[in-house]
Design a protein around this ligand. Structure first.
Ligand code: RB5
Length: 163
């Protein structure tokens, strides 16, 4: 018997507006990046692949920099960064001015990363997640929007830490 939680069904059904997404990975995230690139393009998103373009060993900060700078400059509305755990990518991406990168391993956190934290990069751990869960997390993240209101001043206080 397959059990699916009601919350995940709700999240699946919330379709994201189509947007430009820049996606990047290291060798640990290469296979999942290829899967998600097609998954997002099939849904109609414009997906720009920042590399890595082969599964050869590379350094994740190079790709966090590429995607983070593009998102911070408004060249893509959202970024997705994938490494083995998602941790290295998020630590590196959060060094870039204007970036709020969130590592998510579940749909609830992915939704809240957008609603509460106004995240602009989703980081995923390819060695942590199965492909199906990774796709659901992406749907939950892209299908949610920043709620504003009292979250605005909190996010502003995060951005003030960059000064
Ligand atoms: C690469 O082996 C691995 O360290 C990287 O993909 C990532 O998990 C770092 O945070």
């Amino acid at each position: 018997m397959i059990e699916v939680c009601g919350r995940c069904i709700g999240l699946w059904m919330r379709e994201a507006k189509l947007m430009k997404i820049m996606i990047g990975c290291d060798h640990g995230g290469f296979e999942l990046k290829e899967v998600l690139k097609k998954y997002l393009a099939d849904k109609g998103h414009e997906v720009e692949d920042a590399g890595a373009y082969t599964p050869d060993r590379v350094d994740y900060p190079d790709y966090a920099k590429k995607v983070g700078e593009a998102v911070a400059a408004g060249k893509a509305e959202q970024g997705i960064l994938i490494c083995g755990t998602g941790l290295g990518m998020s630590i590196a991406a959060n060094k870039i001015h204007g970036i709020r990168a969130a590592v998510c391993g579940d749909c609830y956190s992915a939704e809240k990363a957008r609603e509460h934290n106004n995240a602009n990069i989703l980081c995923l751990g390819a060695r942590v997640l199965g492909t199906g869960l990774a796709e659901q997390i992406v749907d939950a993240y892209l299908g949610a929007s920043f709620l504003g209101s009292y979250h605005t001043q909190r996010v502003q206080k995060i951005m003030d830490l960059e000064k």
